[in-house]
Write a protein that binds this ligand. Structure first.
Ligand code: FAD
Length: 475
């Protein structure tokens, strides 16, 4: 793992820098270390990269010209969107040239009859959501970084987020992509078709490839009917087992109207209240909480939510619940949930896991992982939270109170191994939604089917024979 290790200086001849600069224009070719800083660091300071050049192309043609030249000169390139990725995929760890897609932020077309929207890769997720809203539609991808992450990054990481339960992951929301290949060829797969069985599905290879197979320059996204009624509840309960049973009731009562079912451990709520100024929606404290959201095209969401909570109380699963009385209150519930990651910072070091297990195994996973990590590091504090409805838990472990942060973080790999062993035994995945990037690259061969790894290497070699496309990531 290349965390915080010094990198060799990258050498690009002045002539080569001048040729790259000529493609995008001087204003959009950054060589000054102060200007480059924001592109080689990331919010959590887990990775620090190094790059001699950041290019900010404004069109697909410019991206294609950059890739042609990078191939000719055999220069490694790292595509970057909003730089919010959590596995170091967007960081130039070995002095590569960064290709920032952020200037490519045009909405090319909105087609309300086909329910599609074609956008450039640098469009910020929140802008895409707002554009859909303007035409009375919903673009349902939603995640904490939506104010800065981009559609290109969302597709390249196959982002999940809080509405995956009802709408799926980014892959499920894309009909087509436009991609620039390593050699500069433009692959136009910008289809609006739901049905198109004409051979291998190349689109899906680029979604989730984390920039290792090509640069996504545009995408045709699916739009959905805008819900007329959205209802949110914050529920206190005793255990993940109770939460799982309540999920079953919610699915039976609300069917496809159930858009989110988020599990929160008391310690996670406590951090979010203490460090982010959020308010606990309930009168008393409970060991566990769930945030439930229902969205319906009809006005029947409130009745369904009340039935879920009533049945939950009758069955002894729900101890207390608050239903948001207004949009502001619903946003406050969500803020409490979204702030959990950030709220862990003041508590010192945090060793993270973005894992998934079959939904039914979530309670067992949490119980076994808690036991394993505390046995490994006495006094460490597990902070499990996440998308219970998808079996995706962000299993973070905060350092013991008063412990040395560096010494705690030095045990990252050891803690990962203990947690991943449980995940794999339960038939889960070591990366549910954040990807592999640099963080889990060395873990992948040990957990993935050997033939799958061989095929992935074959595909990589076919698309990027010179290995210039985000080298050292994923594989
Ligand atoms: C507060 C917070 C909350 C988050 N919540 C969630 C969540 O709920 N669910 C979830 O799935 N993720 C979550 N994430 C992480 C998530 O992966 C990113 O937020 C997002 O999908 C990445 O988009 P980006 O534009 O920032 O991409 P970047 O970080 O810039 O890049 C991510 C990866 O994609 C590649 N890439 C970027 N753009 C392109 C492109 N145009 N073509 C090819 N490759 C490209 C990069 O090389 C890199 O490998 C969260 C992150 C933060 C900071």
């Amino acid at each position: 793992m290349n965390i915080n290790t010094p990198l060799p200086a990258a050498v690009l001849s002045p002539e080569l820098i001048a040729r790259f600069t000529a493609i995008v224009g001087e204003r959009h070719a950054l060589t000054d270390a102060r200007e480059i800083e924001a592109y080689v660091t990331e919010e959590r300071n887990l990775y620090r990269g190094r790059s001699p050049l950041v290019l900010r192309p404004g069109s697909t043609e410019e991206v294609a010209a950059i890739c042609r030249l990078a191939s000719e000169a055999r220069v490694g390139i790292v595509p970057q969107g909003g730089n919010t990725g959590l596995v170091g995929g967007q960081t130039p760890l070995n002095g590569e040239v960064v290709i920032s897609l952020k200037r490519m932020d045009k909405i090319r077309e909105v087609d309300t009859s086909s329910n599609t929207m074609t956008v450039e890769a640098g469009v910020v997720l929140q802008t895409a959501q707002e554009k859909a809203d303007e035409v009375d539609r919903l673009f349902p991808l939603a995640l904490g970084a939506q104010g800065s992450c981009t559609i290109g990054g969302n597709l390249s990481t196959n982002a999940g987020g809080t509405a995956a339960l009802a709408y799926g992951l980014a892959r499920d929301m894309a009909l087509g992509v436009e991609v620039v290949l390593a050699d500069g060829r433009v692959l136009n797969l910008l289809s609006k078709l739901k049905k198109d069985n004409t051979g291998y599905d190349l689109r899906d290879l680029f979604i989730g490839a984390e920039g290792t197979l090509g640069i996504i320059t545009a995408a045709t996204l699916k739009l959905f009917p805008k819900p007329r009624a959205v209802e949110t509840a914050f529920v206190g309960l005793q255990s993940p087992e109770a939460a799982l049973k309540l999920l079953g009731i919610a699915q039976a009562e609300a069917a496809s109207s159930l858009t989110s079912f988020e599990l929160i451990a008391e310690i996670a709520l406590d951090f979010s209240v203490r460090h982010e100024g959020n308010r606990d929606p309930l009168q008393s404290r409970y060991p566990w909480y769930v945030l439930i959201e229902l969205s319906s095209p009809r006005d029947d969401a409130r009745g369904a939510l009340e039935s879920i909570l009533e049945r939950g109380m009758e069955d002894g699963l729900v101890d207390d619940a608050a239903i948001a009385a207004s949009t502001t209150q619903s946003q406050a519930f969500w803020k409490l949930r979204e702030d959990i990651s950030h709220a862990q910072k003041p508590e010192g070091g945090s060793i993270k896991h973005d894992v998934s297990v079959p939904v039914a195994s979530v309670p067992r996973f949490i119980a076994e992982a808690n036991e394993a990590v505390v046995k490994l590091i006495d006094g460490c504090r597990p902070v499990p939270f996440g998308h219970l409805g998808d079996g995706n838990i962000h299993y973070n472990v905060s350092q013991p109170i008063g412990a040395d942060k560096a010494a705690f973080l030095a045990r990252w790999h050891e803690v990962n191994t203990a947690v991943f062993d449980i995940v794999l035994r339960l038939g889960g995945s070591i990366s549910a939604e954040h990807g592999i990037g640099a963080l889990k690259r060395d873990d992948l061969p040990g957990v993935k089917d050997k033939t799958a790894i061989e095929l992935m290497r074959t595909i990589k070699a076919a698309f990027d024979p010179l290995g210039i496309m985000n080298p050292g990531k994923v594989l």
